[in-house]
Ligand binder design. Structure first.
Ligand code: ATP
Ligand code: MG
Length: 572
């Protein structure tokens, strides 16, 4: 491809609307263009990257038993009402009405469509397992479209669905997908970490997310330095430790003037925060919930929501707390009635805690569970954090940020039951098909590759997904001998099967080198009057600092050899 002919224009200035590195660089490199918030055109260079990612994904899906098909974007709303997920997606669902007043949605995902399709095609256990998949555009009216391709409102996804006759079958399909995902990310030169993920209150079987570690990631990951346990913070477990408090003592009131927060109360009473109990208030589906947790810990709202099995959870306002007769700042689970109490299991890790007195500026000493208060639910509702102990091996936990580039999920049977996807088993009994779903954000992967591979000059594409392998960069004035040699080398490299982006523009070396660095093509081959004097070209890897001279004679074979070497090696 000749740069002079390509539909792309690089920018010197970073567009103001871009926050993340990948968004900035994709815009500056002229690879994407925004049409409307969260909706982008892929220009030719980005589209080549995307197709390479797709090819790798397709090869691995096929190898794992997948079969590709293509489902419609336009879907009837009533199919979503049948599964009940129109409510779960809520405002995220793009709605439209056709000329016959029929309500339609733009598919945010395809479980409903594929389950209906499978229900029409599967009769008996002999028809299972099945692993249909597609690569397709999804539509979600995200509340915060951000980061360019990282979170769009129209985006590309690979989605595979597994249908099995029994749990063992689901486990096999799930494992095959986990393996395939590991292969995909490593083949793309984009190492991703599989972490345990929250699977919600329903269907809650198993779920893993694949995370590309990057500062700009929206997700927090907790990882054990000892055993390698890794989980999304939404799900992560940690050792909370015991707090010695001695034998239970008599409950007593203590005045705490001016002290309301845990820090203030523990400073005032000279006790560490872990000797206190913290109260946090939520509204769960419109009902006030009193969450109690040890003072040094924080509530994990995903865990709380799962335990409450509610669909809507938010912090309660002070007015809502007061309306229940509770004194915010001195709230107490002791002698509380009429409010649902959910306690973190850390309340059993010690004795003689400090808790609110339910009177302004008053607290209670020597609060002991279950002597002094009760809870409707006791569970782990705490947010794990770096520095705590690993619940598996006792090792030390650390925290990092990640970009979720893939998600695999054991769905179970709730959708097949709702949508009537049954099969007849060996005994002649009708049973719901057991499902799994497996997504990869293709555009998000492209953006994550940049988040992980860039420097202050631009993108550094991992070789397997680079739009082109070689940036051929002749430095010449019109009509010079360099131009002629460059044309010849362009042809030689292309004939040898090397993917070349040929900067055939008459531009200064500065402009060409800057664009080469910005576009991030892995191997730059420069020919100038100076290299020509030595009958050679300069070879420089975008990732490396040093360059070397290579003889022009046999340069195509040498270039191809170097690329193959890097493709095969660990460093891409
Ligand atoms: P997130 O938590 O980031 O919103 P999700 O859990 O909604 O993701 P899934 O429904 O599991 O995502 O979709 C599968 C994959 O599709 C995700 O792992 C992610 O890589 C990608 N993806 C999801 N939403 C978007 C989006 N708005 N833009 C780009 N990619 C997305
Ligand atoms: Mg989402």
């Amino acid at each position: 491809m000749r740069v002079s002919k390509m539909l792309t224009r690089t920018l010197k200035e970073t567009p103001a609307e871009a926050e993340t590195i990948s968004h900035k660089l994709l815009l500056r490199a002229g690879m994407i263009s925004q049409l409307v918030a969260g909706v982008y055109t892929y220009l030719p260079l980005a589209w080549r990257v995307l197709r390479k990612i797709e090819d790798i994904v397709r090869a691995e899906m096929d190898a794992a038993g997948g079969q590709e098909l293509s489902m419609p974007v336009l879907q009837p709303l009533d199919l979503w009402q049948k599964s009940g997920r129109d409510v779960a997606f809520g405002k995220g669902l793009f709605n439209l009405t056709d000329r016959r007043e029929r309500k339609l949605v733009l598919g945010p995902t395809h479980e409903e469509v594929i389950t209906q399709l499978v229900s029409q095609n599967v009769r008996s256990y002999r028809d299972l397992p099945l692993m249909p998949y597609q690569m397709q555009t999804k539509f979600r009216d995200e509340p915060r479209a951000r980061g360019g391709l990282l979170r769009g409102r129209e985006f590309l996804m690979k989605d595979l669905y597994s249908f099995d006759a029994d749990e063992a079958g689901l486990a096999r399909s799930y494992d095959a997908m986990l393996q395939a995902y590991h292969h995909i990310y490593s083949r793309c030169g984009l190492p991703a970490l599989a972490v345990e993920a929250d699977s919600g209150a329903i269907g809650g079987k198993a779920s893993h997310e694949f995370m590309v570690i990057a500062e700009s990631g929206e997700d927090e990951i907790i990882r054990c330095n000892g055993c390698g346990y890794a989980a999304n913070v939404e799900k992560a477990e940690a050792v909370k430790g015991e707090v010695s408090g001695g034998a239970p003592l008599l409950l007593e009131e203590v005045a705490t003037p001016g002290a309301a927060t845990i820090e203030e109360v523990s400073a005032f009473l000279k006790v560490p925060p872990q000797r206190t109990l913290k109260a946090v208030f939520y509204m769960a589906d419109g009902q006030l919930v009193f969450a109690v947790i040890r003072g040094d810990l924080d509530v994990n709202e995903v865990k709380l929501k799962n335990n409450l099995r509610c669909t809507d959870l938010r912090m309660a306002s002070e007015a809502e707390v007061n309306a229940a007769g509770i004194v915010a700042g001195a709230a107490s689970p002791v002698k509380l009635s009429g409010v649902r109490v959910v306690a973190d299991d850390s309340i059993t890790s010690g004795t003689n805690f400090i808790a609110g007195g339910n009177r302004p500026e008053t607290h209670l000493r020597n609060v002991n569970y279950p002597r002094d208060f009760s809870a409707d639910i006791i569970a782990d509702i705490a947010r794990a954090r770096a520095g705590q102990g690993c619940a598996r091996c006792g090792g030390s936990l650390s925290a990092m940020r990640g970009i979720e580039v893939g998600h695999v999920f054991k769905l179970g049977t709730f959708l097949s039951e709702k949508l009537g996807a049954f099969f007849v088993d060996e005994k002649g009994e009708s049973r719901p098909i057991i499902m799994g779903c497996y997504g990869i954000g293709l555009g998000r992967m492209l953006a994550a590759a940049i988040e992980q591979n860039h420097d202050d000059k631009g993108i550094i594409w991992p070789l397997p997904i680079a739009p082109y392998q070689v940036y051929l960069c002749p430095l010449y004035r019109e009509g010079s001998a360099v131009a002629e040699v460059a044309e010849k080398i362009y042809n030689e490299l292309t004939s040898a099967g090397v993917e070349v982006l040929f900067d055939d523009r008459v531009e200064s070396p500065g402009v060409k080198f800057n664009d080469a660095d910005l576009l991030g093509i892995p191997l730059r081959v420069t020919i100038s009057p100076r290299t020509l004097d030595k009958n050679s070209a300069e070879m420089k890897w975008r990732r490396d600092k040093e360059s070397s001279l290579a003889p022009l004679e046999g340069i195509a074979g040498r270039g191809k050899g170097l690329i193959n070497e890097r493709m095969a090696g660990a460093q891409v």
